[in-house]
Design a protein around this ligand. Structure first.
Ligand code: SF4
Length: 444
């Protein structure tokens, strides 16, 4: 992996979106009407033989990690899980009814949260039966789950494998006990080792660890502690996210103060150290915040130009129709985007009333679609080509002007009809994609 200088990082690593969609959620407004949304999804389903992706959101956790930006709630009473699963399956049935498909062709199922493994075994089994008995799995379909290793049981892992899950993403974040304590996420020694080994023995072929750089009390020493664990367990994939400090949106982040957070140069040094240590362990940087071992499915897909990116991150399976189920879940028909109600009570009432509970969204214009394709190509293939239709586009020169300083530093190679990300530029994909983001730069 190419070494980055702190100066280069300081010049080009301004905070930018992760581009799991374009436009990004902050630029959405009114959702499409239910009928129009279904038409977009139906067209997306017909456009690719791969079928649909389903994202099911399980918003429950056993405790609140103070850094967390997810849509979650701490639930003490597990009895409340059953009505939630009932409604999530009812929402799933609504989609199948509107789409006129009793069986959905399915290429990706992703359980996210919250902590999907908060579900008791019986409820997890019932949810998966409901989602999979009405699906026709397509060749190469990927079934993936997020899990909190502190509460993942052998029985849950076995159940997930029985239903065909092969990818598991474990929330690790940091292995230093001081950091774990201040973010309220202490993990007993040996827990991660046990879950990782057990998952491997059972046949999970892609084990991902989520790590965060920039957490309170994190130091180069604590980063080394975390990387020692990575070196010992060698998961197949690593998501290495930057911490985002927004205490006015996430009051739990007030448990610590700005003085506890690494800032500026210190923060950049943490990222550089972590990235370098991952490189030394043999991980490849395949995209925004994502690293994978050379033999992992994501790394292979990246090499073969098959990588896809959607709201769940990078995946080796390309789909165009993503159905989001559960409170706050996001759907994507490529030509339109929609998020479900974030307020659980409103989500429940609307599903009970037989409505698709859409709260906000965006229908893409021709211009949005062109830009979305560029951003997606840059994120997944590190290159994009201008189409003839864009030759006279008023914003093209503005995009090139924003790319110019990145080009001068050797991060992109802009030619007459194409833009390519250099190997060094891969660490700056956010900033490169932001140059194409006309919502961030209205007027050109
Ligand atoms: S980080 Fe994961 S386990 Fe912790 S509160 Fe957020 S969703 Fe729950």
């Amino acid at each position: 992996m190419i070494r980055l200088s702190p100066e280069l990082l300081a010049r080009h690593a301004a905070p930018s979106p992760r581009y799991t969609s374009y436009p990004t959620v902050t630029h959405w407004g009114e959702p499409p009407r239910a009928r129009a949304w279904i038409e977009h999804l139906d067209a997306a389903l017909r456009a690719t033989p791969a079928g649909a992706a389903i994202y099911a959101h399980i918003p429950f956790c056993q405790s609140q990690c103070t850094f967390c930006g997810c849509h979650m709630r701490v639930l003490r009473n597990q009895a409340l899980v059953t009505p939630y699963i009932d409604l999530l399956l009812a929402e799933h049935a609504l989609y199948r009814e509107h789409l006129g498909r009793s069986q959905l062709p399915l290429s990706q199922l992703y359980l996210g949260g919250g902590s999907p493994n908060f579900l008791p075994l019986g409820e997890l089994d019932r949810l998966l039966d409901g989602l999979l008995n009405t699906a026709t799995l397509q060749p190469g379909a990927e079934l993936a789950v997020e899990a909190d290793p502190r509460s993942t049981t052998d029985a849950q892992l076995a159940l997930l494998r029985r239903h065909g899950f092969t990818r598991i993403s474990l929330g690790v974040q940091d292995m230093d006990p001081r950091v774990q304590d201040i973010v309220n996420r202490s993990m007993a020694p040996g827990v991660l080792d046990h879950v990782t080994m057990r998952a491997r023995e059972l046949g999970f072929t892609s084990i991902n660890y989520d790590l965060i750089h920039g957490l309170p009390l994190q130091t180069e020493e604590s980063m080394r502690v975390t990387m020692e664990t990575i070196a010992r367990l060698m998961p197949d994939q690593i998501s290495f996210y930057p911490y985002v400090h927004v205490p006015w949106i996430k009051p739990s982040q007030r448990r610590y103060t700005e003085a506890d957070l690494p800032e500026g140069e210190d923060r950049r040094a943490l990222y550089l150290l972590g990235r370098e240590m991952l490189g030394a362990l043999g991980y490849k940087e395949i995209g925004i915040d994502q690293f994978a071992r050379g033999d992992d499915a994501l790394a292979v897909a990246a090499r073969e130009g098959r990588l896809h990116r959607n709201f769940m991150g990078y995946t080796p399976v390309t789909t165009r129709a993503l159905i989001g189920l559960g409170v706050s879940a996001i759907g994507d028909a490529w030509t339109a985007l929609a998020q479900g109600e974030k307020n659980q009570q409103r989500w429940e009432l609307r599903v009970q009333a037989g409505e698709l509970p859409l709260q906000r969204g965006h229908v893409l214009t021709e211009e949005d679609l062109l830009l979305r394709a560029h951003i997606h190509d840059l994120l997944t293939r590190h290159a994009t080509r201008w189409s003839p239709a864009e030759t006279g586009a008023p914003w093209r020169n503005a995009v090139l002007a924003r790319l110019a300083p990145l080009g001068e530093d050797g991060l992109v190679d802009c030619r007459k009809d194409s833009v390519a990300v250099t190997v060094t530029g891969r660490a700056f994909l956010r900033s490169i994609c932001a140059a194409f983001d006309l919502k961030l730069h209205p007027g050109g």
